[in-house]
Design a protein around this ligand. Structure first.
Ligand SMILES: *[C@@H]1O[C@H](CO)[C@@H](O)[C@H](O)[C@H]1NC(C)=O
Ligand SMILES: *[C@@H]1O[C@H](CO)[C@@H](O)[C@H](O)[C@H]1NC(C)=O
Ligand SMILES: *[C@@H]1O[C@H](CO)[C@@H](O)[C@H](O)[C@H]1NC(C)=O
Length: 309
């Protein structure tokens, strides 16, 4: 008798044991009948016993799970799990789904298995996934880059922070490194601060002159100076007729103030489509509208993070 066959049979029995009695044997994965993962098949094996699919999956470094077409002896090897792509896990009475239970390589941890985004890695591997470098696609299914992921956030700038001043078009600029749809972004303060006159104290993100209260003035724009985060409709002005500040250039972000270590913007209602080398800018509100900036000073330096859908 083929030892592999016996192992496979034992294996299936242990799984059935889990399904029926859910007690005696502690295996980490069990098959899910009547369901399969759609759209992530990278290899199909025909004329195989369903038990063989287990071993065929283990032979491929990128195999994350597999579908078995019942009664047709077909194994479909997937390069994703249902956790990574819950939207593609759908019913099919002719199939069952099985996650790889041994030696599964975490998504994005090797170049051969790039993830779509940092966010997909968290979906696939769970919230406790370590921060660090992961392989992701910078273009849909083509270029691969090594990205710094912190939870679902991708750090966009490299070692050097991005700095913006408070006057004379001293905006900071950075280039996106991945195409896709950005849900929101955040800035983490690294050093420096800005002032909007020579009397009131400095702020990381805004102006401490009393009328501004806790409103902030750090705006992420595209290369054409169009406000992206916060979006233009969230920006406010003082509406003093004829005064310099009657043009929208500041905003309130509940929970954040002048010296918050990080600024996490709200999710965009319509995620922003970006290309992989697209330039983006960070502006100080008064510098952005070219008004009231004469007595401004200082510079704030930040790390920039994006959350892709
Ligand atoms: C994953 O599978 C899809 C097809 O389902 C394929 O287009 C893609 O290239 C595969 N990726 C890898 C890294 O094998
Ligand atoms: C962004 O990319 C452009 C051209 O691709 C380059 O000239 C510029 O220096 C880049 N900017 C940064 C901040 O890396
Ligand atoms: C402060 O700024 C005003 C202009 O807004 C200027 O007239 C004044 O000389 C400045 N004072 C100092 C100490 O720099």
């Amino acid at each position: 008798m083929n030892p592999k066959f016996w192992l496979a049979t034992m294996f299936l029995m242990s799984r059935i044991g889990v399904l029926d009695a859910n007690s005696r044997c502690h295996v980490t994965e069990s098959s899910i009948g009547g369901m399969y993962l759609r759209g992530h098949v990278f290899k199909v094996h025909r004329d195989e016993l369903p038990e063989e699919c287990f071993f065929l999956c283990e032979e491929e470094v990128t195999c994350q799970s597999y579908n078995v077409v019942i009664g047709q002896n077909i194994c479909e090897l997937n390069n994703r799990t249902k956790e990574a792509r819950p939207e593609d896990f759908i019913p099919d009475q002719r199939r069952f789904y099985m996650k790889r239970s041994r030696n599964r390589v975490p998504l994005g941890s090797i170049k051969e298995l790039p993830a779509e985004s940092c966010n997909e890695i968290v979906s696939s591997e769970g919230e406790q996934v370590a921060d660090g470098k992961y392989w992701i696609y910078s273009e849909e299914n083509s270029e691969v880059i090594e990205a710094s992921c912190e939870e679902s956030w991708q750090k966009i700038n490299g070692e050097e922070p991005v700095c913006f001043g408070a006057k004379d078009n001293q905006y900071g600029s950075f280039n996106m490194t991945k195409s896709g749809r950005v849900k929101t972004m955040k800035l983490i303060h690294k050093s420096g601060s800005v002032r909007c006159n020579n009397v009131t104290i400095s702020s990381y993100w805004g102006c401490t002159w009393t009328p501004y209260k806790d409103n902030l003035m750090t705006i992420i724009t595209d290369a054409n100076k169009k406000a992206i985060l916060p979006p233009a409709e969230d920006l406010k002005a003082f509406k003093t007729p004829g005064h310099f500040d009657n043009k929208e250039h500041f905003y309130s972000l509940p929970g954040y103030h002048h010296n918050s270590i990080e600024l996490v913007f709200r999710n965009l209602v319509n995620p922003l489509s970006v290309s992989s080398n697209q330039e983006m800018q960070i502006w100080y509100g008064q510098d952005w509208i070219d008004r009231g900036e004469e007595d401004n000073s200082g510079k704030t330096c930040v790390d920039v993070y994006a959350w892709y859908e």
